[in-house]
Design a protein around this ligand. Sequence first.
Ligand code: C2E
Ligand code: MG
Ligand code: MG
Ligand code: MG
Length: 291
Amino acid sequence: GAKDSGRNCFNFFVSSMQEAAQKRLQLIKDLHAALEQEQLVLHYQPIIGLETGTIHKAEALLRWQHPQRGLVSPADFIPLAEETGLIVPIGDWVFREATRQLLRWREAYAPGLQVSVNKSPAQFERSAGDEGWIDHLQTLGLPGDSVVIEITESLLLDATSKVARQLCKYREAGIQISIDDFGTGYSALSYLTKFDMDYLKIDQSFVRNMSRDPAGTALPEAIILLSHKLGLTVVAEGVETVAQRDLLRDLGCDYAQGYLFSRPLPAADFEAILKMQRGMPHGCVPMMGMA
Ligand code: C2E
Ligand code: MG
Ligand code: MG
Ligand code: MG
């Protein structure tokens, strides 16, 4: 009767909760193994100068080559890595791998190339000091300004003195700081004048709405004006169409990143593009999406 089906329902609920908990535990185990067994890989997405039409920077984006599941995207494991603290050694690996790769590319193809890495609030919270990243750059012989660290608005919104000190140290070492996903979720702008930053990345949600609705250019336009007034360089994320690219260029946006130019690529594929671009004077060779 009703009581039985109620109990079945409850049992189902409990067993699916157990299942979820087991899946989570397994994922944590797998994530530990991923670090030890070198299953993590970086893909690189070109960031294009809208004036020159060439690659100036690459954003390093983490992927997990899972033995059974294939390529796992960061949205599916970074939250768990943050909860468990594994994000600190993982983030450390990302930094070392991205800068190792950058050094090779600067020496072989593009002396001015910059790499951009993401650092989440959890990484700032859970790690003591700068994790030796500044020393690591010096050991490699890379200048500080060859690296950009992408942080989120939320980090600045409730920045502790520890965070503020850390950001200062990066800046003193020449490392550049970029505000990622700008415009999502927060309306407080005061932090923009409180901290010294270099770049602001317009979130893809604004870029997406641009082509559809002419009124949709109001926000990107205002963000670009505001950024330039504050001395920030602007990168637009998620540029997928020629119309969006042209609009952004007309609005004075400095850099763009998105599927129109290229998806994030395995290192070898990114390198192939750098090779093609090598030796070509800025502006002469239309990059992907610039023709
Ligand atoms: P993000 O830093 O904002 O990175 C941009 C995301 O937008 C990337 O997703 C990229 O693949 C995607 N994207 C780029 N162009 C386009 C486009 O034209 N259209 C669309 N629809 N999407 C585009 P991805 O690689 O899945 O990374 C998602 C997020 O995961 C990143 O967002 C970043 O917050 C986080 N993440 C990735 N790698 C790392 C890492 O090494 N450390 C940390 N802490 N977070 C990372
Ligand atoms: Mg980013
Ligand atoms: Mg972003
Ligand atoms: Mg994002």
